[in-house]
Ligand binder design. Structure first.
Ligand SMILES: Cc1cc2nc3c(=O)[nH]c(=O)nc-3n(C[C@H](O)[C@H](O)[C@H](O)COP(=O)(O)O)c2cc1C
Length: 389
């Protein structure tokens, strides 16, 4: 077993162990992938301020996100098809998150269903909903999430229409995978993955097949998906979801100060500054560059969370120091999951936690609540995309 010291180590193992179509599905962005790349590279423009001779005893990364205690302000982002990265992937990731003390968010487009995850965990998790046209289905999703004890819903608002990832089209990405000569030849080299998949019955979209009207078997799913998303989504519709759900609601996919204000106006409990990990609007600014203006606009009215591009605890620290109250990782935990299952997710969380803790200490802070712009060097105009860096 190689010595794993950072998230990139996990990515390399994940790449070796996972069928190409699922690796590519995660490790790509839309069109030219400019936004996907800049989400990570833009973090490097922000530098940390070293401080010395500060008592670094009794450090704490503990905080809260929407009022829930977290061991560190890092939740697992909703990632569709997690159960194709490894068998029963959502259950494994949710268990690792629960043991670590951070929130797990289940995607609508998961393989394990809401009920599967609830039966295999003991603490409430968060449920992500896409905004779909079918009111009955949406209401039933909320009912199922309530019955499963979910403590918040995350409404993703940046996917009315789908961004295109070239590799997914070329690979014929689907769940379960299409059996072509190329995909079978590739899957035959992923023995552990294949044995896991043979040993589970969870190989389809568990929240949809058997629940959505007209989707009784996986073959009818693609027609449903093509027509299900609500192209006409607006803020009234999001407010309606808030009423139907009646509990904590997080709006995911905000990249603009005016949109952030609208989310605060409808009474959302938090927003996630996110460009969907560079999977939707290619050419959009990186999420970290969008964060400062949104904090300025609504930071005192609503909890601002952040995702897209986090690959280390230092990235978490930078987002928190810019004013985020919580962060999410998508690919960083997916790499761990595909590499080593539940233990791999735990490993990614441990790595991020250690990097966060040590970096915070070397910046002279012992409590995550006290980090702020004073620990950063931010290039002038960083939040202004018209200023070249
Ligand atoms: C493979 C993959 C699948 C995703 N599926 C969903 C999803 O079903 N729902 C959603 O709201 N976001 C989804 N996202 C976006 C993530 O929730 C998150 O915004 C993104 O991964 C953050 O960027 P990062 O991967 O750089 O951390 C997905 C991301 C990836 C990589």
């Amino acid at each position: 077993m190689p010595v794993i010291t950072n998230i990139e180590d996990l990515r390399r193992i994940y790449e070796r162990r996972t069928p190409r179509m699922f690796y590519d599905y995660a490790e790509s962005g839309s069109w030219t992938e400019q936004t996907f790349r800049e989400n990570t590279s833009d973090f490097r423009h922000i530098r940390l301020k070293q401080r010395v001779a500060v008592d670094m005893d009794n450090r704490s990364t503990r905080s809260t996100m929407i009022g829930e205690d977290v061991a560190m302000p890092v939740a697992l982002a909703p990632v569709g098809l997690t159960g194709m990265q490894t068998a029963d992937g959502e259950i494994k990731a949710a268990r690792a998150a629960e043991k670590f003390g951070v929130p797990f968010t289940l995607s609508t487009m998961s393989i394990c269903s809401i009920e599967d995850v609830a039966e295999n965990t003991s603490k409430p998790f968060w449920f992500q909903v896409y905004t779909l046209k079918d009111d009955d289905f949406m209401r039933r999703l909320f009912d199922r999430a309530r019955a499963a004890g979910c403590s918040a819903i995350v409404v993703t608002v940046d996917l009315q229409v789908l961004g295109q990832r070239h590799k997914d089209l070329k690979n014929g990405m689907s769940a379960p995978p299409k059996l072509t000569v190329k995909s079978v030849a590739n899957m035959m080299t992923k023995v552990q993955w294949g044995l896991g998949m043979l040993g589970t019955k969870r190989r389809f979209f568990g929240n949809i097949v058997g629940h959505a009207k007209g989707v009784s078997d996986p073959s009818s799913l693609s027609t449903w998906t093509a027509e299900a998303f609500d192209v006409s989504l607006d803020w009234d519709r999001i407010a309606q979801f808030k009423k139907w759900w009646g509990g904590k609601l997080i709006v995911k996919g905000i990249m603009d100060a005016e949109d952030a204000r609208r989310a605060a106006d409808i009474g959302a409990d938090a927003i996630i500054v996110s460009n969907h990990g560079g999977r939707q609007l290619d050419g959009a600014v990186s999420s970290i560059r969008a964060l400062p203006a949104i904090i300025d606009a609504v930071g005192d009215r609503i909890e601002v969370h952040f995702d897209s591009g986090i690959r280390s605890g230092q990235d978490v620290l930078k987002a928190m120091a810019l004013g985020a109250k919580g962060t999410y990782v998508g690919r960083a935990f997916t790499y761990g999951l595909g590499a080593m299952g539940e233990a791999g997710v735990t490993k990614s969380l441990e790595l991020i936690h250690k990097e966060l803790d040590v970096s915070m200490a070397l910046c002279g802070e012992t409590d995550i609540h006290n980090v702020g712009p004073h620990i950063l060097y931010v290039p002038q105009g960083f939040g202004d995309p018209t200023v070249p860096l």
